[in-house]
Write a new protein. Structure first.
Length: 572
């Protein structure tokens, strides 16, 4: 019953397909072109050596010829005579009945495919507007000496080894370099998993977790557009080379993420010294790729024996155990936070609280960590929840939104904790609620949550006013602030006060202006500032959707960076 129904439909489809070859009015106005002959192309390209690429999904638009049936179909695979009619109708019925057909067999030369077996299936697939078909592919390699043919052969070998198809490079040797890069990655991956993963499988992971994120970040920062005859894949290789260069000169273990951000900033800085012209998170896709590279770097560190993921999770578990003994309302909030991130927060808290200034969060004994967890709960976790309760924060808020708001508010408490001794010595409040008392009240009354953040901003504004009150030539200092995007760190003003007291106003302003200009004239210094500030801002959540990356979203300004660097080097 069903076959007779499909038979009638198939016959109508065949007639309709034939009619389409004659143009809209059926007068044969369409120029008839034959399928390309595989043997003709093979002879022209001298492509007689072949390799099996296995079964792939091939776009119909790339199937342009046939091995043996060139005279039976035109270039759209529309039948040219009725010798193929019955077979065509049977194939159509098979598709309608959802029969499983084996993959067609295609021969490939360069970027075009030729049908060896399955011409009728390709013809019906064209009529049905399929986007692609499953095919077993045999690739034939041109053996000429022209550079493009050598590149093509290297690309084919690379594709065969890795299974990656869409990386087209401009020099043959670059494929070998890329393959070596994947093998290095494979060694790290297998070490991490203590297993022997197949190279093609590793290659696909590398492409997804390393190559693709770098390429997308380059594209969205428009690096390709500014390189004459630029090939985005070649530029990715330049990023990988930049990674090795940084590691060589620093003796460190710089990851893919830092190298990508630094490369983009270096390229932008070379063409434009503008401090705001730096790496940007342009879209949600950019953020996803940034996070993906960051995760890859963390996992590589784990495999190298320098990782701390497990330690972070253990500290997060310790936090959860402590909060479980508290009232349910606190535990309900604690469950919303990611354990590993909690571990990172607590380690950072330990580093801020360390009396000798040395970062030892991950290296303290269990008792030290337990005490730190309890103190973190008291000084950070509970105050954040207390603030949320005062502004009627909804308990059923979206999980991701809650985590972002918690992190952002915690960041403010961390900053105040870091400045605690300085603020106490100056007779100023260091507790968040004391500084933000009026704002928190306003948030609860008018519901404007943006007012909830800004304790550090309030302190900095007061400190700037205090600093200006100590200057006679306020205008000159304000011009310096404007040129270098102001000051965002309270401790910067603390250092500036010391300089002002030590040198007097005239010498201080001359020295500050001169040193900033010298620092700004150095590409290395500007680039270092851009890269470090962008990464710190992204990791700390300072660059948010409503902020424009490179401007108000950055954690600190060029003046902050310069003062901190000079202070660390003992020059000031």
């Amino acid at each position: 019953m069903y076959q007779s129904q499909y038979l009638s439909e198939a016959q109508d489809a065949y007639k309709k397909f034939l009619k389409s070859s004659k143009g809209i009015l059926g007068f044969g106005l369409r120029k008839e072109e034959n399928l390309k002959s595989f043997s003709d192309v093979q002879k022209k390209e001298n492509a007689y050596n072949s390799v099996n690429l296995g079964v792939k999904e091939i776009p119909l638009s790339k199937i342009t010829g046939s091995v043996e049936k060139c005279k039976d179909f035109d270039r759209h695979f529309i039948p040219k005579n009725d010798t193929v009619k019955q077979r065509w109708i049977n194939i159509y019925i098979g598709y309608m009945e959802e029969k499983m057909f084996p993959p067609v067999v295609l021969y490939k030369i360069k970027d075009n495919y030729y049908v060896y077996d399955g011409n009728h299936r390709i013809s019906v697939a064209n009529f049905l507007n399929f986007a692609s078909v499953e095919a077993e592919v045999q690739e034939f390699l041109p053996t000429g000496d022209a550079e493009d043919e050598i590149i093509y052969r290297e690309h084919m070998y690379f594709e065969k080894e890795t299974g990656i198809e869409d990386i087209i490079l401009t020099e043959p040797k670059k494929y070998r370099y890329l393959e070596d890069e994947i093998r290095n990655y494979a060694a790290l991956l297998n070490k991490r998993g203590n297993r022997n993963t197949k190279f093609k499988e590793v290659s696909k992971i590398w492409y997804r977790e390393v190559f693709l994120p770098i390429r997308i970040l380059l594209k969205e920062n428009k690096i390709e557009e500014n390189i004459p005859q630029g090939n985005i894949n070649d530029i990715v290789l330049s990023v990988l080379a930049h990674k090795y260069y940084i590691n060589e000169i620093t003796g460190g273990k710089t990851g893919y993420l830092f190298s990508t951000v630094d490369f983009i900033n270096l390229f932008k800085t070379s063409g434009d010294r503008n401090l705001n012209n730096c790496f940007q998170i342009v879209t949600e896709k950019s953020r996803e790729m940034y996070d993906r590279l960051k995760k890859t770097d963390e996992e590589i560190q784990e495999s190298s024996g320098n990782g701390n993921r497990k330690k972070m999770e253990q500290i997060g578990d310790m936090f959860t155990e402590k909060v479980m003994r508290m009232p349910d309302v606190y535990f309900a909030y604690a469950k919303k936070l990611d354990n590993r991130k909690l571990g990172e927060y607590i380690v950072e808290y330990m580093d801020i609280k360390s009396e000798d200034g040395k970062k030892k969060g991950l290296y303290g004994n269990r008792k030290d960590v337990e005490i730190a967890v309890l103190n973190y709960i008291i000084e950070i976790f509970l105050p954040v929840l207390e603030i949320f309760s005062k502004i009627n924060y909804p308990e059923n808020e979206n999980l991701e939104i809650f985590r972002k708001k918690y992190c952002k508010l915690q960041r403010e408490l961390f900053s105040l904790l870091y400045l605690r001794d300085v603020l106490i010595s100056e007779g100023k409040p260091y507790k968040y609620e004391n500084i933000m008392k009026n704002r928190i009240k306003s948030v609860s009354e008018v519901g404007n949550e943006k007012m909830l953040y800004g304790a550090i901003g309030i302190l900095i504004n007061d400190k700037e006013k205090e600093f200006l009150d100590n200057l006679k030539n306020k205008r000159r200092f304000l011009d310096i602030l404007e040129k270098y995007n102001g000051v965002k760190k309270y401790e910067t003003y603390v250092e500036l006060f010391i300089m002002l007291d030590n040198y007097g106003e005239e010498k201080f302003l001359n020295m500050l202006e001169k040193h900033l200009e010298e620092h700004y004239s150095s590409i290395e210094a500007v680039n270092r500032y851009k890269t470090q500030s962008v990464m710190d801002s992204l990791d700390n959540g300072s660059i948010c959707e409503e902020m424009e990356p490179g401007k108000e979203g950055l954690e600190y300004t060029f003046i902050d960076f310069y003062i901190k660097r000079k202070s660390e080097e003992g020059i000031l």
